[in-house]
Ligand binder design. Structure first.
Ligand code: NAD
Length: 244
């Protein structure tokens, strides 16, 4: 079975993306050789909340990435996904990525579910107020740490979900509903080892969706898939879309 045939037959497809869709934009993934995990341990949520030193480390790492985040652009994979959404073939994109590239490629917010948040802005952990990274950086450069929330005094953190932090309830509910309704569930560039996110492909499959996995290397869920393609997302998805 071919990917284009599955897409042609789909009416309510869901695309589920991981860090692998953004490597062609120059953002390293976590688990490939040379990936981020091979270089640094993540700051756990509990440490971020309890320890000003952990917060400083976390912000220093975030500012080091600023140049990268500002210059990255959607690649052919993101563009093909946005095209499938615009054509109504894909109902929802569920992403584990925090890089804002699905929005940048034109996927509307109501079609996009960000399970692990977004690193392009920050939020107060207490009241949820949005704070811009540039304002935090200006304060950090002067004072040596991030500001507290101007509205409630709470701790500010990038709008991402860290290890140890609760998953966002609304996004989890939207992802569950989309997975239950899906007739095709296409995984693009995820090692499918980070739960609960990695539970959605199997949920969709159990509820009747076809499951397709496009990833450079094998994943643990390959045995359950109707189609497994090991290769690069940009060229393969572009070719599949052109064949529609
Ligand atoms: P992962 O690093 O665990 O897995 C990525 C998978 O993509 C790997 O199996 C790799 O072989 C594959 N891959 C890499 N480039 C590819 C390409 N061009 N074509 C096809 N396959 C390719 O990533 P994950 O499953 O998303 O889980 C890691 C967590 O990392 C997520 O929760 C996410 O929040 C976070 N993360 C996000 C970004 C980002 O926003 N771009 C980057 C790194 C990590």
């Amino acid at each position: 079975m071919e990917l284009s045939a599955l897409l042609r037959a789909a009416r309510r497809a869901v695309i589920f993306t991981g860090a692998g869709i953004s490597t062609e934009s120059g953002i390293p993934d976590f688990r490939s050789p040379g990936g981020i995990w091979t270089k640094m341990m993540p700051v756990q949520f509990q440490d971020y909340v309890a320890d000003p030193q952990a917060r400083r480390l976390s912000w220093e790492r975030r500012f080091e990435m600023e140049e990268t985040w500002n210059k990255v652009a959607p690649n052919d994979g993101h563009k093909a996904v946005a095209w499938l959404v615009a054509r109504g073939i894909v109902a929802h994109v569920i992403t584990q990525n925090i890089d804002n590239l699905h929005q940048a490629s034109g996927v509307p917010e109501d079609r996009l579910i960000e399970l692990h948040g977004n690193t392009s802005y920050a939020k107060c952990l207490t009241c949820g107020a949005r704070v811009e990274i540039s304002d935090i950086r200006a304060h950090f450069d002067k004072e040596g740490d991030a500001p507290d929330c101007r509205l409630c005094g709470g701790i500010i953190k990038t709008a991402t979900i860290s290890f140890g932090q609760a998953m966002p309830e609304e996004e989890m509910a939207r992802a569950q509903a989309a997975s239950l309704e899906a007739d095709l569930f296409l995984v693009l560039g995820s090692s499918l080892v980070v739960y609960p996110a990695a539970g959605f492909p199997l949920l969709a499959k159990r509820h009747g969706a076809k499951l397709a996995i496009l990833n450079r290397e094998a994943t643990e869920q390959d045995p359950y898939a109707d189609l497994v393609i090991n290769g690069e997302i940009g060229p393969i998805l572009t070719a599949a879309v052109k064949a529609l």
